[in-house]
Write a protein that binds this ligand. Sequence first.
Ligand SMILES: Cc1cc2nc3c(=O)[nH]c(=O)nc-3n(C[C@H](O)[C@H](O)[C@H](O)COP(=O)(O)O)c2cc1C
Length: 173
Amino acid sequence: MPNTAVIFFSHSGETYSSTGNLPYYAQGNCERLARYVASKIEAPLFQIIPIKEYSPNYQECLEEAKRDKEQGVFPELLYDMDPIDFKNIVLIYPNWFNSCPMPIFTYLAHHKFEEKRILPICTHGGSGMGHSENELKSAMPGAIFLKGFALPGEEVDKKRDEVVSYIQKSLAK
Ligand SMILES: Cc1cc2nc3c(=O)[nH]c(=O)nc-3n(C[C@H](O)[C@H](O)[C@H](O)COP(=O)(O)O)c2cc1C
């Protein structure tokens, strides 16, 4: 898909599941989804990675992420990618505390998104998109937001083609 980039953040390691177990994923839910989507829509893929990665231990990750959120920490990122060349951004992220992970906000703060079309795709543990869409709108002034799509993280492998169709339809408009 021309003029489109897939940008994602994902946590790898122990992952929330409604069964109460904490399955271990070397690639988190959003990463598996983003890789699939990018290959299907033939778009470049960029991963937002903080220099200091969150712990693969779920409980420790929760504590670290909560601390970042409460203290308004913008974690420094390992790499950057200027989105200037892309008209459409498919932004894939997990719901963290009904919002987005702070590294997403670090990335957004470094770039301008005026006139770009943003399609948020959020994976979650039961709370849908939470307030994330509104927070993204505040962090990306002037961007054109397409209606986002939320799906439970534990269904990403089952629903990945549904997500691809949704993205293709949204961006074709
Ligand atoms: C730090 C942290 C906070 C989370 N907060 C929420 C939440 O508020 N609501 C929710 O539904 N799921 C929450 N989750 C679950 C994730 O959104 C869900 O497991 C997601 O699919 C993880 O994607 P990932 O594996 O790509 O990181 C949280 C997970 C973590 C690690």
